[in-house]
Write a protein that binds this ligand. Structure first.
Ligand SMILES: [Zn+2]
Ligand SMILES: [Zn+2]
Ligand SMILES: [Zn+2]
Ligand SMILES: [Zn+2]
Ligand SMILES: [Zn+2]
Ligand SMILES: [Zn+2]
Length: 460
């Protein structure tokens, strides 16, 4: 238990008398003493988390740590309240979610969707959605071929609509951010098709606005996790959906085989600091991150990294100035103008993007032999600051290129490439992060040690 100051004095949650102490775990539950805290614990443990939910006009609801949290602290463990296939998925069984390979599957006799077995088609969890999918007389929503298909998008929407009979989950779903008004206006083809499927094909009595909201909530909040069978599913999580975004996150998400997410701090977080995770890959250059955030989440990022012209002195998205060959371009005016930090030459974002694309193409078209990888990396490092996004992309390319080459020389190079990747990840995702762990584990695996980590990695 921690002592609390006079201003924060509150009443005991158990007896209502003047409180003298607070729960050491969450810091927001008050007690008259240890005795009442212990008596209240069976009830309080269900709500005891080291964060509080705050609200502002500009950011909506968000989570703030309620005490000092050392790096690696488990903040929350949460199971999805609804789970389903990704929007675009290869064939999977709607009951057990295993991948359906070659022609080794059956079709549900009622709805015609592919299932792993007749037994799975008869499972109770399939019956409600089967009834609705069966309303599709022409079977225009049924996936009929192998390979990825966007038809699986319908399943999670349907599972969300079926939550209508559960007032608790329906309310959580209704309260999720969805930007449904903008999405209705933007009329992105997949969005419109999904809404029409449930209003015109499987008519189940929902107003189209409800379906705009539900699909919008999924696009905005769903988190992808991998099943032990290798299939990626997406789920909605009520508390985790309150986490705000930063391109410089201070927490990481990982999931176990049941799609339960574990949120941990990656760095030391002080009491009162907001908890952030990144909705987009932190290894993307600033214009890609901003573009994705605008298109999918409808906001412009003003995080600590995006507000700094050099991305906190990392120059992660900067390119070399061709004018003076000495300076680096850094961004100004919400990244629309880029200025050389040596000769002050100004160029527009469009020009920076073009130069970056040209460089990426140059890297991709380069014929590299395993012998010349190191020289090639040196060449790339001359065209961009070391440890920027282009260098990162090149490192990934080299790993893919050397994937099946296990000569001593190639393994040596891979080790060096991994070290650089880990260095870059420690710049854009400091602390103990999932991605860095993943790279470290890959590295360990390749040197013959086993991965005993029970949690599976959260999948982008
Ligand atoms: Zn009391
Ligand atoms: Zn507590
Ligand atoms: Zn199955
Ligand atoms: Zn069925
Ligand atoms: Zn940002
Ligand atoms: Zn210059």
């Amino acid at each position: 238990m921690e002592n609390i100051s006079d201003e924060e004095r509150n009443v005991c949650l158990y007896c209502g008398e003047k409180a003298v102490s607070t729960c050491g775990k969450c810091g927001v539950a008050f007690y008259c003493g240890r005795n009442h805290q212990e008596k209240h614990w069976p009830k309080h443990k269900l709500q005891c988390f080291p964060f509080i939910i705050k609200h502002t006009e500009s950011s909506g609801r968000y989570l703030v740590s309620s005490r000092d949290l050392p790096a690696g602290s488990l903040i929350l463990k949460e199971a999805p309240f609804v789970l389903g296939p990704k929007a675009t998925s290869s064939l999977i069984c709607l009951s057990c979610h295993i991948p359906l390979i070659s022609n080794n599957f059956v079709k549900c006799t009622k709805c015609q969707w592919p299932m792993c077995s007749q037994r799975c088609a008869e499972q109770s969890q399939h019956q409600e959605e089967c009834k609705i999918l069966s309303l599709d007389e022409k079977k225009c929503g049924v996936p009929f071929q192998h390979g990825e298909t966007p038809r699986y998008d319908l399943i999670l929407i349907l599972r969300c609509l079926l939550l209508k009979t559960n007032p608790e989950y329906w309310e959580i779903l209704q309260n999720l951010e969805s930007h449904w008004n903008q999405r209705r206006e933007d009329a992105e083809p997949h969005h419109t098709a999904a809404v029409r499927y449930f209003t015109e094909v499987c008519k189940i009595g929902f107003e189209d606005d409800v379906i705009h909201q539900v699909r919008g909530a999924i696009i905005t909040n769903a988190i992808n996790t991998k099943s032990p069978s290798g299939v990626t599913l997406r789920g909605l999580y009520s508390k985790i959906s309150l986490l705000n975004h930063s391109c410089f996150p201070n927490i990481s998400l990982r999931s176990d085989k049941n799609h339960v997410l574990f949120i941990r701090t990656t760095v030391n977080v002080k009491k009162g600091e907001p908890l952030y995770f990144s909705y987009v890959p932190t290894t993307d250059p600033v214009w890609c991150r901003q573009n994705d955030l605008k298109e999918i989440y409808y906001f412009t990022c003003n995080c600590i990294r995006c507000s700094s012209q050099s991305e906190m002195n990392t120059y992660y998205s900067s390119l070399l100035c061709g004018e003076c060959s000495k300076g680096l371009f850094t961004f100004h005016q919400n990244i629309s103008i880029w200025k050389c930090n040596h000769c002050s030459k100004e160029v527009k974002l469009k020009e920076i993007m073009k130069q970056s694309n040209d460089l990426i193409q140059w890297v991709n078209n380069k014929k590299i032999s395993p012998k010349h990888v190191k020289l090639f990396l040196k060449n790339v490092a001359e065209k961009c600051p070391k440890f920027n996004f282009l260098y990162f992309e090149t490192l990934q390319l080299i790993l893919a290129f050397l994937k099946d080459n296990n000569s001593i020389e190639s393994n040596d190079t891979k080790k060096e490439v991994w070290e650089d990747i880990i260095k870059i990840l420690s710049i854009v995702e400091p602390g103990v992060t999932r991605r860095r762990d993943r790279e470290l584990i890959k590295n360990i695996l390749s040197s013959g040690q086993s991965n005993k980590d029970p949690e599976i990695f959260f999948d982008w």
